[in-house]
Write a protein that binds this ligand. Structure first.
Ligand code: PGA
Length: 238
């Protein structure tokens, strides 16, 4: 399966960041990475300015969220059709930082269905918190979260396993925990859906993580803001 390397810039970025996809391409030229898909998910404001730069650098653009309706009186929201008009190909959904703001599995599944319907690819995030991990119920928790977050979908999406306690903390899940969780996820979603690992992925740990069975790529937060680091992570995919 082709590996997928996704950078989630979260709420970071300014106009000068529009050049970053070009910088990435200079560090890791597109002719050397035909075996990989690279996606950058900037804040929505930067998407339109990045469309041509990303196309030239053979990098795809993703969004960090969307609404499940096309238009209407939803102040502050952006629809999938709007994202599509500006060249977006992927949409991160159900990130734990959004779930912490109240997003439910039901909303995630409605959004994921809409994204697939518009021929874009949702990257549906799941993952347990530290309390669940310590209680020994992480596999069960994530299994249930997957089932309700992708309800109504059998293909056309990407799943990202991101243990909450590993996001932005510098602590990564152990290789053994990643392997066990990804085997568990694979049993639920079948052989064709890509499964990414996310949570403090960096240039030092990427090679080992990307070699784990059933890890089809990584979702990178902090380290994706530095194009040298992000390129080294992508190179680690082999
Ligand atoms: P991190 O974030 O790489 O900074 O831990 C990952 C994510 O939130 O997607």
């Amino acid at each position: 399966m082709r590996k997928l390397i996704v950078g989630n810039w979260k709420m970071n970025g300014k106009p000068s960041c529009l050049a970053k996809p070009q910088n990435f391409d200079e560090i890791y030229p597109s002719q050397d990475r035909g075996h990989l898909d690279i996606v950058i998910c900037p804040p929505s404001l930067l998407i339109s300015g990045m469309e041509d730069i990303c196309t030239n650098a053979n990098i795809q653009i993703g969004a960090q969220n969307c609404h499940y309706l096309d238009k209407g009186a939803y102040t502050g929201e952006i629809s999938v059709t709007m994202l599509k008009d500006f060249g977006v190909k992927f949409v991160i959904l159900g990130h734990s930082e959004r779930r912490a703001m109240g997003e439910t599995d039901k909303e995630v599944s409605l959004k994921a269905i809409k994204v697939v319907k518009e021929n874009l690819t949702p990257i549906v995030c799941v993952g347990e918190n530290l309390e669940v991990r310590k209680s020994g119920h992480a596999l069960k928790f994530v299994s249930e979260q997957i089932k309700s977050s992708i309800a109504g979908l059998s293909k056309g999406y990407v799943l990202a396993y991101e243990p909450i306690w590993a996001i932005g903390t510098g602590v990564t899940a152990s290789i053994d925990d990643i392997r066990k969780m990804h085997i568990n996820i694979r049993e639920i979603i079948g052989p064709d859906v890509k499964v990414l690992y996310g949570g403090s992925v960096n240039k030092k740990n990427a090679t080992e993580i990307l070699q784990v069975e059933n890890v089809n790529g990584v979702l990178v937060g902090g380290a994706s803001l530095d194009m040298i680091d992000f390129a080294l992570i992508a190179k680690a995919a082999g």
